[in-house]
Design a protein around this ligand. Structure first.
Ligand code: ATP
Ligand code: MG
Length: 559
């Protein structure tokens, strides 16, 4: 007994419902669906919905359909269909069946005729504005349309002529006949069909009437025998209508369940707004690494596993909340820490010359590929008397606690030797151009020869064989935690972070990175996790920083 209770406690509310439905024999197998509208690229909120729908079906031996909710020809496109499929596959999920609401247009039309025949739908000639006014308010009931009592014959005739294209956009619509004083505004004779003389990306010009979301969605669920139709909280007020259609049409009883949508700090997540960022050039496309799209995260260097882990970790809530962006980075670090090869790269280089290093030929040193994964093995790094180190790792007049390189100070070069700075060379403006050092030959491998302590370890690359690269660093795209919740007279665009992209053109990488390909991921020691960008080619390598090694989102400024 205790065991069962414990188990129930660990289940989220959807799992509880499903387990009960399976136990009671209501369903033998559950079927869920992911129903995107192909009017933009998928974002991280969609990833949550994908992980939930596919995850539940997988856990309970069911299946998940992919259904494109393509009922608005004006905003939809095949480019989006393709990107959506690519993103779901990349996330690691396989749909059982691929469907399009537009495949059901004929059936939906027939059902609309059936509702008319039953006296449950009518053609209305009012303008959208009149309909809006006559709908009333939450406090006041609406007014019946003067066209509400048309005969079944007249309605069937008008509806078929709407379909035949005899009327222009907005001239007529089809409404359900429910109750103009219903306490739920969605039940006050909702619109089922509107006229739209617009070409559809799949059905072309076959149709000039298109079903509304509420009418198409539930019926599409029913056609596919979806057992658990999961959507976000804002649809709970639509549920009575969802149930009304199913009941009046007497079709397979799909059920709708709502959970809290994912909101992420420092970003926006509506496709309309993301489209605006793309169209108006605030970012470089839907897959810009700063975008909260799945394709943006992929390009930035996120792994599918880290996104799935993130979605699982936030759970399934029934109340809206805001998830901190740092939790995504946490999931990525957890994953890449296990899998990413460590390499050395210098982003802001300054030359270091070891004046007492004379080696015949090329010296090779051993480096560990991943301390978290012994099977990743080791690699050989070439060493010479001329290296690059980070400008930041040297200070001419350092404060007390600076443990990196400074005149007269000794530091460990990772996997190599101890070096002590002897002097610097500067250009006419006083910028340091070369740091001169002596090394201790007995400290090979970075080991102390006599127990003397060296606190700082810095990374380096060999100037004689390193590879030049471009590295892109990203900051949050918005300066506000909630760019959507704006002050009077401002929009989310007023909170764009103008410094969200920093391009470093003069970076040097160790030679082992010569043959990388897009999306390969590495830890640049001490700098973060980096991923090869699609813009890389034989002439130039481009890397994106996916995230830093430590949380850079916490508010204090400890670099
Ligand atoms: P947007 O407002 O960004 O355009 P949408 O809800 O209109 O989003 P759809 O393509 O209709 O986008 O959504 C497909 C599915 O993804 C729906 O079931 C929807 O509830 C779910 N979904 C969308 N945004 C989120 C989110 N932020 N968190 C969780 N699920 C979401
Ligand atoms: Mg939508």
């Amino acid at each position: 007994m205790d065991n069962i209770n414990d188990r129930q406690k660990d289940l989220n509310f959807l799992e509880e419902i499903i387990e009960n439905d399976l136990k009671s024999g209501k369903y033998k197998q559950i079927i869920t669906r992911f129903p995107p509208e192909p009017n933009g690229y998928l974002h991280i909120g969609h990833a949550k919905s994908i992980c939930l729908n596919f995850g539940l079906a997988k856990k309970y031996g069911g299946k998940t359909n992919l259904r494109f909710d393509d009922t608005n020809p004006v905003k939809e496109d095949v480019e989006y269909v393709d990107s959506i499929k690519e993103d779901i596959s990349w996330l690691g999920f396989q749909w059982a069946e691929e469907h399009y609401a537009s495949d059901y247009f004929e059936q939906l039309y027939e059902w609309a005729c059936l509702l008319i025949t039953k006296g449950l739908a009518y053609v209305d000639d009012q303008t959208l504005e009149e309909i809006r006014i006559n709908r009333g308010t939450v406090q006041t009931p609406g007014k019946d349309s003067p066209y509400r009592n048309r005969s079944v014959e007249e309605n069937l005739d008008l509806f078929s002529r709407m379909k035949a294209g005899e009327f222009s956009d907005g001239e007529k619509i089809l409404r359900a006949k429910i109750d103009m004083s219903h306490s739920n505004m969605h039940m006050r004779d909702p619109i089922l069909y509107r006229i739209l003389h617009s070409e559809h990306h799949r059905t072309g010009n076959k149709w000039c009437i298109y079903p509304m979301y509420d009418y198409a969605h539930g019926q599409s669920d029913s056609i596919e025998k979806i057992t658990h139709s999961i959507c976000t909280l804002e649809f709970d007020i639509h549920r009575p209508l969802y149930d009304w259609f199913i009941q009046k049409l007497d079709i397979f009883p799909s059920h709708q369940y709502e959970f809290a949508r994912l909101n992420l700090s420092y970003t926006v997540m509506s496709k309309r707004k993301l489209l605006q960022l793309v169209k108006e050039g605030y970012v470089n496309g839907w897959d810009d690494p700063r975008m909260p799209t799945i394709s943006g995260f992929r390009r930035r260097g996120y792994t599918a596993e880290s996104i799935r882990a993130f979605c699982d970790s936030i759970g399934v809530a029934k109340r809206d909340n805001l998830i901190d962006y740092s939790r995504l980075e946490f999931a990525l670090r957890e994953d890449l820490n296990k899998s990413a090869k460590r390499v050395m790269a210098v982003l802001n280089p300054v030359k270091l010359v070891i004046d007492n290093y004379f080696y015949n030929g090329e010296e090779m040193l051993e480096a560990i590929n991943n301390p978290e994964d012994e099977s990743a093995g080791t690699r050989q790094l070439s060493f010479s008397n001329t290296l690059y180190i980070e400008k930041d790792d040297f200070m001419e007049n350092p404060p007390n606690k600076f443990f990196r390189l400074a005149p007269g100070k000794e530091v460990r070069l990772r996997y190599a030797y101890f070096v002590t700075c002897t002097s610097v060379e500067k250009d006419a403006e006083g910028n340091i151009t070369t740091i001169h050092c002596n090394y201790d030959p007995k400290s090979r491998g970075g080991n102390s020869p006599d127990g003397r302590k060296v606190k700082g370890t810095i990374h380096w690359v060999n100037a004689k064989d390193c590879i030049k690269a471009e590295v892109r660093l990203f900051d949050r795209l918005f300066t506000e935690e909630l760019p959507d919740k704006t002050e009077e007279g401002k929009t989310f665009l007023d909170y764009i972070n103008k410094d969200s992209l920093q391009v470093l053109n003069n970076c040097f990488l160790e030679k082992s990175l010569a043959d990388v390909k897009p999306l390969d991921k590495f830890q640049f020691e001490r700098l973060g996790y980096f991923s090869v960008d699609y813009d890389s080619n034989e002439k130039k390598l481009v890397f994106n920083r996916a995230c830093t090694l430590k949380d850079s989102w916490i508010k204090s400024n400890n670099s």
